[in-house]
Design a protein around this ligand. Structure first.
Ligand code: G3I
Length: 376
C-alpha cells in the first residue's frame, strides 16, 4: 500500500520550495491513474509562471491540463487572421516537458467570440459563407498549429438551452441548425487524431441531459466524428443531487461515448438566483454581502460539507470509471476560481481542492485514500 503523507509533504515543499523525493507520497493523479486522469485548468498568470508554487503543484498533482481562457476565440484570434499563440505555446511546452496531456478549450462557443466574426465589412450581419469561412480558418489555424499535441478538444461548448433545445446563438443564426455537425467535421479534418467533445453545464438536469442524448444520436446517425461528452460540473453544496449526476453518467455511457467531467468546482456560497444555477456567464448581479458570508474564512462545518461532497462525487466517478475517463477541476486554487466573481463580482468562495496559498485541503489525502481503497 502506498503512503499518503500528502499534506505534510506538500506543505513542506511549498514552504521550502524544494522538490520532493518521488517515493515520499503519491499524488491525486497517481492515485487515480488506474481509473481516470485528473486535470486542472490554468489561468494565463499561472501558465506564465507568475504565481509562485503553482506549476510545481500542477506537475505533482495533475496529469492533464486545460487552458481556462487563453485558447478561447477572443484570446487567440482577437482580430481576423491575427493569432496570439504565445500563452498556448507556453502551456503546451510545459505540459510536454512534464508528461502531462492537454485538452483544447474551446473551438466554438457563443461567448468570448469577437463581434467581427458575425459582421461583414459594413457592420451588417455576415453571410453564412463568410461566417463559415472564418470558422474554418480559425479551426484550421489553431488545431493545425497544435496538430498531434492535443489529446482532445471541447469542439462545441454550451450549445443547448436548459430545456435541451438548441440555443439561438449567433452561430445558430448564422449557420443554421446543422452547425454543430459542421464544427466536428471541420475539426476532424484539421487534426484527425484529436478527440472531439461536446461540452456543457447542468447536464444533471433531465431535460438538458436528454437534449445532449438527442444531439449525440443525431450526430452519430450521420457518422459525425464525436468522441466524448463533457459534463462541466459547476456544482454547489446544495446541488445537484448525486443521483442526478449518476443518472446522467449512466445515460451518456449508453451512447458508447466516454464521459469527461470537464470543469469541476463546488461553490460553498449561497446562490443568489436559484432559477439560474449553472454557469451562464451572462448572469451578472450586484454584490450583496449577505451572499458573501465567508470573506473572513470558512467555518469548519462548511469545510466538512465541502469535503463530503467531493468524496461522494469521486466515489461516484470511481464506480463509473468504465465510462468516466477524466475529471478536471476548473482551476488549481481558490484564489484563481471564477466562482469568486460569478454571478456576483468580489465574493470569497472555496470551491477547489487547494486553498489560496496552494495548500491541499483536508479532503485531498482523503480522496487519495479513497482511490487506494478502490484497490486497482
Ligand atoms: O483578460 C481580461 C483582462 O485583460 C481584463 O483586464 C479583465 C477585466 O475584467 O478581464 C480579463 O478577462 C477576463 C477573463 O476571464 C480572463 O481572466 C474576463 O473578464 C472574464 O469574464 C473571464 O472569465 C472566464 C469565463 O469563462 C469567460 O470566458 C473565467 O475566467 C473562466 O473560468 C470561465 O470558464 C467557463 C468555461 O470556459 C466554459 N464553461 C463555463 C466556465 C465558467 O464560466
Amino acid at each position: 500500500m502506498r503512503s499518503t503523507s500528502l499534506c505534510l509533504m506538500l506543505c513542506s515543499t511549498l514552504l521550502s520550495g524544494t522538490v520532493l523525493a518521488e517515493n515520499q507520497t503519491i499524488s491525486l493523479q497517481q492515485a487515480y491513474s488506474p481509473y481516470f486522469s485528473v486535470g486542472t485548468a490554468l489561468s494565463e498568470r499561472q501558465i506564465r509562471d507568475q504565481e509562485p508554487g503553482t506549476l510545481d503543484l500542477v506537475k505533482q498533482q495533475f496529469n492533464v491540463l486545460t487552458a481556462e481562457n487563453i485558447m478561447k476565440w477572443e484570446a487567440i484570434e482577437p482580430v481576423e487572421g491575427q493569432f496570439n499563440f504565445a500563452a498556448a505555446d507556453a502551456m503546451i511546452e510545459f505540459a510536454e516537458a512534464n508528461n502531462i496531456k492537454v485538452i483544447g478549450h474551446v473551438l466554438l462557443w457563443h461567448e468570448q467570440t469577437p463581434a467581427w466574426v458575425f459582421q461583414d465589412a459594413k457592420g451588417q450581419p455576415a453571410s453564412k459563407e463568410l461566417v463559415l469561412s472564418r470558422l474554418t480558418n480559425h479551426i484550421n489555424a489553431v488545431m493545425g498549429r497544435y496538430k498531434g499535441r492535443i489529446q482532445g478538444w471541447d469542439a462545441v461548448n454550451e450549445a443547448l438551452n436548459e430545456d435541451g433545445t438548441l440555443r439561438q446563438s449567433n452561430w445558430y443564426k448564422a449557420l443554421g441548425e446543422d452547425y454543430i455537425a459542421t464544427v466536428f467535421e471541420i475539426a476532424h479534418k484539421a487534426d484527425p487524431k484529436a478527440e472531439l467533445y461536446y461540452n456543457d453545464f447542468n447536464l444533471f438536469k433531465p431535460e438538458k441531459r436528454d437534449g445532449v442524448l438527442k444531439l449525440v444520436a443525431a450526430l452519430k446517425a450521420k457518422n459525425v466524428p464525436i468522441h466524448g461528452i463533457g459534463e462541466q460540473g459547476h456544482y454547489s453544496l446544495d446541488y445537484p443531487e448525486l443521483q442526478q449526476v449518476e443518472d446522467s453518467i449512466i445515460a451518456f455511457g449508453k451512447t458508447g461515448l466516454p464521459v469527461m467531467i470537464t470543469e469541476l468546482d463546488i461553490s460553498v456560497l449561497p446562490f443568489p438566483d436559484p432559477e439560474n444555477i449553472g454557469a451562464d456567464i451572462s448572469l451578472n448581479m450586484q454584490l450583496k454581502q449577505e451572499f458573501n458570508p465567508y470573506a473572513a474564512g470558512l467555518p469548519k462545518a462548511v469545510s466538512d460539507q465541502l469535503s463530503n461532497k467531493y468524496l461522494q462525487l469521486f466515489e461516484l466517478f470511481l464506480r463509473h470509471s468504465n465510462v468516466v475517463q477524466r475529471v478536471t477541476l476548473w482551476g488549481v486554487n481558490d484564489n484563481q476560481t471564477w466562482r469568486n466573481d460569478w454571478p456576483m463580482k468580489g465574493r470569497t468562495d472555496y470551491p477547489l481542492l487547494f486553498d489560496r496559498k496552494n495548500q491541499p485541503k483536508e479532503v485531498v489525502p482523503k480522496l487519495i485514500k479513497l482511490a487506494e481503497k478502490a484497490g486497482k
